[in-house]
Design a protein around this ligand. Sequence first.
Ligand SMILES: Cc1cc2nc3c(=O)[nH]c(=O)nc-3n(C[C@H](O)[C@H](O)[C@H](O)COP(=O)(O)OP(=O)(O)OC[C@H]3O[C@@H](n4cnc5c(N)ncnc54)[C@H](O)[C@@H]3O)c2cc1C
Length: 456
Amino acid sequence: MADMTVEQLRGRVRGEVITPDDDGYEDARRVYNAMIDRRPRVVVRCSEASDVAAAVDFARENDLDLAVRGGGHSVPGFGTADDAVVADLSGMRAVTVDPESRTARAQGGATWGNFNDATHAHGLATTGGIISTTGVGGLTLGGGIGYLDRGFGLSCDNLISAEVVTADGRSVVASDRENEDLFWAIRGGGGNFGVVTSFEFRVHPVAEIYGGPMFFELEDAGAVLRFYGDYIVDAPEEFGGFPAWQIAPPLPFIPENRHGEPFLAFVACWAGPLDQGEAALKPFHEVAPVVAEHVGPMPYRALNSAFDALVPPGLQHYWKANFVKELTDEVIEAHLQHGPRVPVVNSTVHIYPINGACHRVAPDATAFAYRDAVFANVIAGMWPDPSDNDDNIKWVRDFYEATAPHSEEGGYVNFMAGDDQDRIRANYKGNYDRLVEVKRTYDPDNLFHLNQNIKP
Ligand SMILES: Cc1cc2nc3c(=O)[nH]c(=O)nc-3n(C[C@H](O)[C@H](O)[C@H](O)COP(=O)(O)OP(=O)(O)OC[C@H]3O[C@@H](n4cnc5c(N)ncnc54)[C@H](O)[C@@H]3O)c2cc1C
């Protein structure tokens, strides 16, 4: 059979097929990280699962690279590539909720904003990221870290089933009853195994939370980090939140004369009874004086989008990450040395807690292997001006070099840079060989290789 032509692809797809000759190409080729400037051959704006299958078939038959794009947030820019086919799922954002069974279904291109809007209407939520524009797809497939993970596990721990278009263009269900090996692999193994067109999640009664950001003076940063490192080990599981190196944005609750100065912030999220919220945050108030804060009761989805404005599309991104078991004096010292040098208001460093319910899942029960790490550290360089690239990348790398000797070898795949491919095996520890087996079953020719790649 002759390979599919672009015209035949247009005939199969209900969504849009955009080539360099079409209007809208400049917009269609763009991803969130403005540092990524690639020119794909075809962008397929999918509107349903069969469009995704058509894009997969087209790439495979024409021997072209295939990039899969959900929310488009991949920092290494995995959602696009030169001369590639892009399966863009941004037109597939529907989310439906079944409050009776406490489940929600999200199409493969939904963002956490789409998801939270739909579930909040029923007073429900699940673990998602901290920025509402991030995709459910990429975030969940890599694991999924967020405010609620200590109580409900990672996003992938809340996955009940997924519909997946595999490399041969078939659509299959992955769950603990069907294609169990695939279901195991997509919970942490990233986009290596196929395109997920629909995710089914468990959701939990979380409507309002008590929380928000508190800003501490740099001179108190060591004390706050030490307290956090100890407190989080057996804090109530309703307590989520993370310390952040952060330049004060020009917000009304921060004294005007402190705008633009670096602080150690702590962003808290108490997802238990609201009347216990103030008491839950009190231990942090007792560590050191708070310079400015914006805490109180709010809808969970409001906290989930509270920092969106700090990270608009179009910034330059370069990130590094590692898992950490304990905030030792050495780790804290590295943070105290590099954190206050955070160069711009968009950049930040977060130390997310991933214990509690995340630790109750065995390391080999899903692909996500670091069930013994207590923290996921991310050094997120994000800045507006490309002429500042060298300085900002240097800050990220220096920070990372200082923390790496006191951290685990692996890092969270979703926070790792494009130059971290040599850390993949370390990232999956004892699960790596099984991931290779599953890859050989579902994608022996490595069609899905534009990701933190597990080679067959
Ligand atoms: C501003 C910002 C905030 C973030 N915050 C968090 C956070 O709080 N917690 C956290 O865990 N991570 C966070 N991340 C990291 C995030 O998880 C990754 O960037 C993730 O890859 C984003 O998914 P996406 O769908 O938006 O990205 P995309 O660029 O669309 O996709 C990235 C890759 O994921 C795969 N993929 C995406 N969708 C699908 C699908 N439907 N089927 C198959 N493969 C798919 C593909 O391999 C794709 O190349 C954040 C990233 C950014 C930029």
